[in-house]
Design a protein around this ligand. Sequence first.
Ligand SMILES: Cc1ncc(COP(=O)(O)O)c(C=O)c1O
Length: 376
Amino acid sequence: MIYLDYAATTPMKREVMEAYMHTAEMVIGNASSLHSYGREAKRVLNEARKEIARKIGARPNEIIFTSGGTEADNLAVFGLAKALRSKGCHIITTEIEHQAILQPMKQLEEEGFAITYLPVDTSGFVQLEDVERALQEDTIFVSIMFGNNEVGSMQPISEIGQLLKERDIPFHTDAVQAYGTVKIDVEEMHIDALTASAHKIGGPKGIGFLYVRSELPLMAHQVGGNQERKLRGGTENIPAIAAFAEAVRSLHHFDQDKMNDVTERFLNELAKCPIQYEMNSPEQRLAHIVNIYFPHITVDHLLARLDLEGVAISSGSACTAGAVEASHVLVAMFGEGERANSSVRISFGEETTLEEATASAQIIGRVVETFQRGKE
Ligand SMILES: Cc1ncc(COP(=O)(O)O)c(C=O)c1O
């Protein structure tokens, strides 16, 4: 099998697994307990928090551990909306956010908030002028994703951050896909809140964080305990947090050039195949994601056939995969139509080899050719 669905999730790295197992075995206390077991758990928690904060240029107390990207996005959207409600009820986001942002936004609309969903161009980019034009007197925050999980387009985060800083409007970014593959510094980029998830960088599933600038008010979404500065109640998952920190530590091995080579090899090999296709992903994108439109194919049939042939890829985001519906990201980029239904996402990881890139492109080319010739 060749696994090319790293944007959905990544395998846990060996050293991460070791950190997880070691912590699960040796650190048995509850970080809220006062005895030595509890203090040891707290020490491990603090160490991990420091490591993770340092990586994005934040302070340790600005990191709130959550059960992953979805929870962190929910906490950002609901937590900021509720904490800032007295200042206004207008929020700006984009049409291509992950559902972990879009669905909370829909709920807020039902509660009386006004949401502006910014459009994107056919490359999946938000225009800075559109952000500026959408700002209102009562805009309380803006949430724009760093890198898109379906097509990989990267937004002008520093420019948006600068603009919002000048207007004194808080800026949240969902960096789940970008985190670990591009350098992120919340100070330099003027980011006030940021979502990340461990399982996209070789860490365990079910752990993530929300960074929130310490001066920014936030209302807890999950209550019932004083953990995480009372912003996220619940006993901390110490083994997962220690493993997350280990995954962050091993990011210094991340080789951007190798990732670019793998993607390029795949695309060059695909270009040799006698098939029709168009790239949905722009040039300027996260190196590990390519999204491709194959005219006249039925995506779920293609994915099933590729699975049998030993290549695991996905249609759009994993969270909506399984349901055969048009990708909201591709609809935002290209409008309704076949393209939004007949496209696939191929995503590479640190473990992907050049040989796998070549072989998978050849298999995909062969299967797509069969489908496009109407042989299946
Ligand atoms: C951009 C983006 N945001 C949020 C999430 C949700 O993260 P998690 O799976 O950790 O809940 C994902 C996962 O696919 C994602 O790609």
